[in-house]
Design a protein around this ligand. Structure first.
Ligand code: B12
Length: 210
């Protein structure tokens, strides 16, 4: 089945929540792999949403509808991505830092980590430093993932790292940071262990770190 012919990307950009979910299910039923649907239809669609939002060709309510459509498709793909994984390799605590409600990229990273065999503790978005610290303790995490999509919330990542240090946990965890404005240089500056520009390379990096 040719994923282009399903028009999933176009419907995602148009924010057609029901159609994206239905067609994602159909594509799965027709034998498309979850990874192909993600990489060939959904992610390219979200890229265009980002470009149009930036160019002011799309506004927040429209972007939100596309985000909801993406979440709907993901509810179908999530178990399939996870099922294609390997046995548990460690626990990951992940969240979007305080003040930032963007969670689509973070959710993708979390899903692929689950698929890669990690136990994933997803704290959601707008997460306080002390919540990360408590979750590391509660779940004996070996990896922490911090996401930020706003230049104004990037400094919150450094605050989380400080809180982890203050709790005496810095040596116990590998800290990875990501999100569209985050760079490898920034990760180095704030004392993180790793950076990845996308979900797939985040898994590779984490496996090198643990
Ligand atoms: C969708 C979206 C929204 C939605 C969010 C819905 C949701 N549930 O997430 C809504 C409409 C709510 C929104 C709100 C706002 N947004 Co917004 N949003 C976007 C948009 C269009 C797409 C983001 C997205 O989901 N991308 C798709 C995902 C898959 O990509 P990603 O997040 O980058 O994640 C990938 C990698 O970065 C990486 N990654 C991500 N996290 C992590 C973590 C780790 C550990 C690792 C290793 C890797 C990793 O892997 C992911 C998968 O490959 C971007 C534009 C853009 N191109 O980024 C603007 C954008 C981020 N938003 C922006 C702005 C300004 C805002 C608002 C302030 C707007 C306003 N005036 O109110 C508010 C902020 C609210 C807040 N306090 O957070 C700006 C930020 C500018 C800046 N430099 O800071 C952007 C860049 C748009 C723009 N060009 O102006 N937004």
């Amino acid at each position: 089945m040719d994923l282009k012919e399903t028009h999933i990307s176009e419907l995602l950009i148009a924010g057609n929540i029901d159609a994206v979910k239905t067609l994602t299910q159909q594509a799965v039923d027709d034998g498309c792999s979850a990874q192909d649907i993600l990489e060939k239809a959904l992610l390219p669609g979200m890229d265009i949403v980002g470009q149009r939002f930036k160019a002011c060709d799309m506004f927040i309510p429209e972007v939100l509808r596309s985000a909801k459509a993406m979440h709907g498709a993901m509810s179908i793909l999530r178990p399939l991505l996870i099922a294609s994984g390997v046995p548990m390799v460690g626990a990951l605590v992940i969240g979007t830092v305080q003040g930032d409600i963007h969670d689509i990229g973070k959710n993708l990273v979390a899903m692929l980590f689950e698929g890669a065999g990690f136990k994933v503790v997803d704290l959601g978005a707008d997460v306080k430093p002390e919540t990360f610290v408590q979750a590391i303790l509660d779940h004996q995490a070996s990896v922490v993932g911090l996401s930020a999509l706003l230049t104004t919330t990037m400094p919150r990542m450094a605050e989380v790292i400080q809180a982890i240090k203050a709790a005496g946990l810095r040596e116990k965890v590998r800290i990875m940071v990501g999100g569209a404005p985050v760079t490898a240089d920034f990760a180095f500056q704030i004392g993180a262990d790793g950076f990845a520009p996308n979900a797939a390379s985040a898994i590779e990096k984490a496996k090198q770190l643990v």
